[in-house]
Design a protein around this ligand. Structure first.
Ligand code: ZN
Ligand code: ZN
Ligand code: FE
Length: 758
């Protein structure tokens, strides 16, 4: 009989399987199926032996993959048959000593079971702000060192009470070996303070709630730093927050009490619900309903709203029947890193708030909320930070140990170790001094945490980026990687692209091999061998990078390059005669007028022609304005021309500019022109790609670059490439903007270094 035939198998499960409740899961599964054996953590992941009937073992292996804890990521399972042994029961063995290194896990949003306890007045953890278990709670942001055990986290100061210890040591308990286990008797404590940081008595949640209802702004210490919060329906409060923060016109994100409250304001697809409620709990950019009654100050002029759900007990405490939607913005002064310490917060944020909700568990790693958008059937990354960092990317081969320093804007950096590439938390824009200092410190600390010892450094080609300067300062052998090739290489790695691809990089700024500023680029190649095969024609960037904040300069530049009188006329109509004349002098003298093929600047220029602000507070603001005005039912488009210049395909813009200018003159609405412009860019992309495909025989296309944060453009381009028979590749979760550049630098740089060694 089959059930009498016992077999025994050893399984090595590698991936993110430590600190996610994997061993208790296996323990319970083995007991459920009456299998004997053991499980333990080892250096690569989890190792186990199971013994039983062959079909029961098969059922176990099936369930191991299909029912694994949500936060677990299984890279590989190696299976081996071993001799049957005499034993009874299934046990959890101590971790293999000495070499346990595991992978550091990202922070996990509060799980449904812990959230249910939080809401249950009968439970001993009712309303306990730090409730967590083996599968949820902070991980990375409380890590001092690896492996992830309580003694090496900022939980180490909290001695377990007898009740928690009982749960921690009971293999059948869902808190068995939960490193963040705590309760109100033994764990971290929450209280309320004055803006100066003086502790106040009374229920901190009640105080916070009263203030929020009265329209006040409060500071909240979370897991990756501070947030500033106010009622999202109170326009006065939201406007005051924007003013106090010295913030540009960027939209605020809104945290909703629950999915039901969120759905009252936003349209959500099943895929968006999956992302919103997943363990990373990111901010998801959703289409806002016209019936939504949130303050227009939250996201002025935008169709999308950045929405997210509570991911800690502290946040759950803030909501009730009256407060269902809170602006939750990172607690920093504009452009500076998040505040993390209590004293630091009182100093930096005190003047902005009516009080603080704080606690006594240190935040060891600053980690901003992540931002995503579901578009073109993909989860498109905008910012990859809390909830994703520091889970590594798998390269599938051993890499030289290196540090990839990343770009200047939306910086992240990357470290390699073995077959893994670790991408850092979001560091911000390095032209801000505090952000740059934070960046330097974080590189050193992350190298220590991950035990990475870079022997190479990889950097952008831009000589003035602070990240490039940092790279030079390390004194390590350096490899420069062109900005847009880094964009493409990052996508090629995460999407496991096989063979050559056509690469389309539509971006704001990227230093090119020819010293010009690129950003409307077409390449073909693979690995670290790519060739630039086409681009937007060069236009001057009047006054250099200043044109990013003054997009009117681009409007005038495109008109000027088409018909110089149009530019003069347009400038005088907009009260810009003087600055335009000044720039004309500089242009004729050749001072500070670099050439650019940037698609981002083209969007800026067209936006201003359509009526966007002449000056903006952040890069891309004019382009966002333009996208949000487009009439989606409009299907028309403008002409363009592609010429072959010594083997390079150049997109000539004169027909496009002429078409737009003449329609503006004849009174065509901005909504129509915007839509036709978007349609044109999608179509010209397909034309360029088709011509390159005809020459090279390649039919897969990678899209990357900050311009593809434009949902309309991304969806139009994907749909049209798809219809033309191309396989379109866009990155999942890895930021499509500069937040993904460091990963591509690391991969491209590693391949280039390995080439050198051959
Ligand atoms: Zn939990
Ligand atoms: Zn306790
Ligand atoms: Fe870029």
């Amino acid at each position: 009989m089959a059930e009498n035939e016992l077999i025994r198998q050893r399984l090595m499960v590698s991936g993110l399987v430590q600190g996610v409740g994997f061993r208790p899961f296996l323990y319970n599964l083995a007991r459920e199926l009456s299998l004997t054996g053991w499980v333990r953590n080892n250096f690569a992941g989890v190792e186990l032996e199971i013994q039983g009937a062959p079909e029961t073992l098969a059922a176990f292996r099936e369930a191991l993959s299909s029912r694994a804890p949500a936060a677990a990521v299984i890279d590989r399972i190696d299976l081996e048959t071993v001799p049957v042994r005499t034993e009874s029961g299934f046990t959890i063995l101590a971790s293999e000593a000495g070499q346990l290194e595991g992978s550091p896990l990202p922070d996990q949003g509060i799980c449904p079971a812990c959230a249910a306890e939080f809401q249950d007045p009968q439970n001993r953890r009712y309303k306990y702000a730090f409730n967590s278990c083996t599968i949820c709670g902070p991980r990375f942001t409380i890590m001092e060192a690896l492996p992830f055990d309580r003694v090496r986290t900022s939980m180490k100061r909290f001695e377990l009470c007898p009740a928690c210890r009982e749960e921690y040591t009971n293999p059948a308990d869902r808190r068995f070996h939960a490193q963040t286990i705590a309760c109100s008797d033994c764990g971290p404590e929450l209280w309320f303070t004055t803006p100066e940081g003086e502790r106040l008595d009374g229920d901190p949640a009640v105080r916070a709630g009263e203030l929020l209802k009265s329209g006040a702004i409060i500071g909240i210490k979370g897991i990756g730093g501070y947030h500033l919060a106010c009622d999202a329906r109170n326009s006065q409060a939201v406007a005051r927050l924007r003013q106090l923060k010295g913030r540009d016109n960027r939209a605020f994100a809104v945290m909703f009490r629950d999915l039901e409250a969120l759905q009252a304001h936003c349209r959500v697809s099943p895929e968006e619900i999956r992302v919103l409620t997943g363990p990373a709990r990111p901010i998801v950019l959703l289409l806002q309903k016209s019936s939504s009654n949130l303050s227009r100050e939250v996201n002025p002029g935008l169709k999308e709203l950045g929405a997210f759900l509570p991911y800690t007990g502290i946040q759950l405490l803030l909501f009730d029947d009256a407060i269902t939607a809170l602006v939750m913005t990172s607690g920093n002064r504009s452009g500076e890193p998040l505040s993390t310490g209590n004293a630091e917060a009182a100093r930096d944020l005190g003047p902005m708030v009516a009080g603080f909700l704080v606690h006594n568990r240190p935040v060891l790693w600053r980690c901003d909320d992540s931002v995503l958008r579901v578009a073109a059937g993909r989860v498109v990354g905008i910012r990859r930070s809390r909830g994703f960092v520091p889970a590594p990317f798998q390269a599938g081969r051993n890499l030289p140990p290196l540090l990839a320093c990343g770009p200047q804007q939306k910086n992240t950096f990357a470290l390699t170790k073995g077959e893994r590439i670790y991408l850092s938390p979001h560091q911000g824009d390095l032209d801000n001094l505090s952000a740059y200092l934070g960046y330097r410190e974080t590189i050193a600390r992350l190298e220590r945490l991950l035990n990475c010892k870079p022997e190479w450094v990889v950097h952008d080609l831009h000589p003035d980026y602070n990240s490039t300067i940092y790279a030079r300062d390390t004194g390590l052998p350096a490899v420069g990687v062109q900005h847009h090739l880094a964009h493409l290489a990052g996508v090629a790695l995460v999407e496991r692209v096989k063979g050559p691809a056509i690469g389309v990089a539509f971006d704001g700024t990227g230093f090119g091999d020819d010293g010009r500023i690129w950003g409307g680029e077409f390449f073909a190649g693979e690995g670290c061998r790519w060739k630039r095969l086409g681009h937007l024609e060069y236009t001057v960037l009047p006054g250099g990078e200043a044109a990013v904040r003054e997009p009117w300069r681009m409007a005038a530049a495109y008109l000027h390059s088409t018909q110089s009188e149009w530019a003069d006329l347009w400038a005088s109509e907009h009260g810009l005669e003087q600055p335009w004349a000044k720039l004309g002098v500089a242009r004729r003298l050749g001072i500070n007028h670099p050439e650019t093929s940037s698609m981002g600047r083209l969007f800026d220029g067209i936006a201003v022609l359509c009526g966007a602000p002449l000056r903006v507070s952040y890069e891309g603001e004019a382009a966002v304005w333009l996208e949000n005005r487009a009439d989606p039912s409009e299907t028309g488009r403008y002409d363009w021309e592609i010429t072959d210049s010594g083997g390079e395909l150049i997109v000539r813009l004169a027909p496009l500019i002429t078409g737009i200018y003449s329609q503006l003159k004849s009174g065509v609405k901005a909504a129509v022109i915007s839509a036709r412009f978007h349609n044109t860019i999608a179509s010209l992309t397909v034309s360029m790609v088709s011509r390159i495909a005809a020459d090279t025989g390649i039919n897969q296309v990678i899209l990357s670059g900050g311009v593809f944060q434009n949902r309309l453009l991304l969806e139009l381009t994907c749909a049209q490439l798809d219809a033309a028979g191309f396989r379109v590749i866009i990155p999942e979760i890895l930021p499509i903007n500069d937040g993904g550049v460091a990963l591509g630098q690391a991969w491209f740089g590693a391949l280039a270094i390995m080439d050198l060694r051959l």
